[in-house]
Design a protein around this ligand. Structure first.
Ligand SMILES: [Zn+2]
Length: 217
């Protein structure tokens, strides 16, 4: 009988100890979770503090008149990409290209435009509000921002200052819409058109351009 009693006492003690261990383990578990969560929040906060911010490009706002040939005034509800074009008009300025688009309301020769034109001196003209579609990228007009880029000659290659301003503008737009350089495409990628010529004919230069954009982000 005595032995049985002793055994019973031991069992009670063991039970208490088990309960204590379970309680301590639970407290420890939640403490560890709490510490991890705190560190994640601190890390995220510090990362956000030191995250690179793309410099907002200097642009000249010179909106086109709303008209059905170059600024249809249709809402652009979702931006999923940035489309690069070349003007196909060697030596022409950003202003000349802007005026060409503006005059389509009178000439009616075609339907065309873009949100921005980047010029030979690195100047950027902003033609269409980002909440409206432009007429540049065919089936992707409805979910992209279009940029026309000026070039000095028939090769379609952008000069250094134009290139640099374009990289900055595209990176800034990517940042604005939470996109990576994977969402930056050529007109060629939509329709197969040789636009922008130099980046279609020089795949390596196009890849380098995308890397340059990504590096700014
Ligand atoms: Zn194009």
């Amino acid at each position: 009988m005595a032995a049985k009693h002793k055994k019973l006492k031991l069992t009670k003690k063991t039970k208490k100890e088990i309960q204590k261990i379970v309680f301590q383990s639970t407290v420890c578990f939640f403490a560890v979770i709490g510490v991890i969560t705190t560190f994640v929040f601190i890390f995220k906060g510090v990362s956000a503090l030191f995250a690179k911010k793309v410099t907002e490009p200097e642009v000249t706002q010179d909106f086109l008149t709303v008209n059905s040939y170059s600024r249809p005034g249709i809402a652009l509800n979702q931006v999923n990409g940035i489309v690069i074009h070349y003007t196909a008009n060697p030596g022409s300025s950003a202003k000349a290209n802007r005026d060409y688009f503006e005059n389509l309301k009178t000439t009616h020769t075609t339907k065309a435009s873009s949100h921005y034109v980047v010029g030979l001196e690195g100047e950027i003209i902003w033609l269409i509000p980002l909440e409206e579609i432009s007429y540049a990228s065919n089936s992707r007009n409805t979910d992209t921002i279009a940029i026309e880029v000026c070039h000095p000659d028939e090769t379609g290659k952008f000069n250094d200052v134009t290139y640099d301003k374009l990289v900055n503008l595209v990176a800034w737009l990517c940042q604005k819409y939470g996109l990576s350089s994977d969402s930056v495409i050529r007109h060629y990628d939509i329709t197969g058109k040789n636009c922008p010529k130099y980046f279609v004919e020089h795949e390596d230069a196009w890849k380098e351009f995308l890397e340059d954009v990504q590096d700014r982000l």
